[in-house]
Design a protein around this ligand. Sequence first.
Ligand code: SAM
Length: 267
Amino acid sequence: MPEDVIPVIRTDIPHSARIWNYWMGGKDNFEIDRIAGDAGTQVDPDIETMAVQSRQFLVRAVRHLAAEAGIRQFLDIGTGLPTMQNTHEVAQSVAPESKIVYVDNDPMVLTHARALLTNTTPEGVTTYIDSDYHEPEQIIADARNVLNFTQPIGVMFMGVLGHARTYDDLRRIVSTVMDAVPSGSYLTMWDGTIDSQAYVDLCEGYAKTGGVPYVPRPQEEIRAVFDGLELVSPGFVSITQWWADEDDSELSEARPISAYGAVARKP
Ligand SMILES: C[S@@+](CC[C@H](N)C(=O)[O-])C[C@H]1O[C@@H](n2cnc3c(N)ncnc32)[C@H](O)[C@@H]1O
């Protein structure tokens, strides 16, 4: 979308990016989102924990990719509203020259991205693509203007793929992107699973509000998205259990939640 176009922001229906922002403790949401968010918390008291813990997982994963795996390019698809410790801030704090391309299709995310998702370092690059992930070929074409697809890229789908229209679409979206990146690239992905009936009920209730439905899936279906990739230790786990630094004591204290994911390397 050109810079001078003002996107239409619907305040009469709740939106997942804004509800997620509310659950994470952010301020970028409307009353309709807070009503939907509070209704969701009544149904699934764990949902705020999932939102907060998902950001902690993102921070640990990006820090690992930047500090241990040497990744300097990130493609974060389904960015969400900027909150605390966004991908570019974490990556550029480790490696100031890191390049980050954010992708989302929500107009409010777009306006905030223009204002807030900007470089934290003079050497770094932070850009934003307004695009629907159901058209991954377009995302790759646009990302090529910024990222070098002959060098490893950290691809991220963080709690976003439940919005895919079908499971086949979900698999096609991820595999199209992973096919386009070179060996040594990484997929970091998590999603909500059907292990918690409260979370399933929450998603069913949300679908009735008019927002784009979010579909929780069985663990095996989420796990299968990593087929053909090499899982980084500790593997495919509840995101509260993903901790690449084995000596960190928080790992043993974290309670598993019905949000599963992994970090995996393309061989
Ligand atoms: C639950 S939020 C997660 C945000 C972020 N990844 C995080 O970890 O906090 C889901 C995000 O996916 C975005 N999204 C939903 N459907 C999308 C689509 N078809 N294409 C691109 N982004 C989409 C929403 O706008 C929203 O920002």
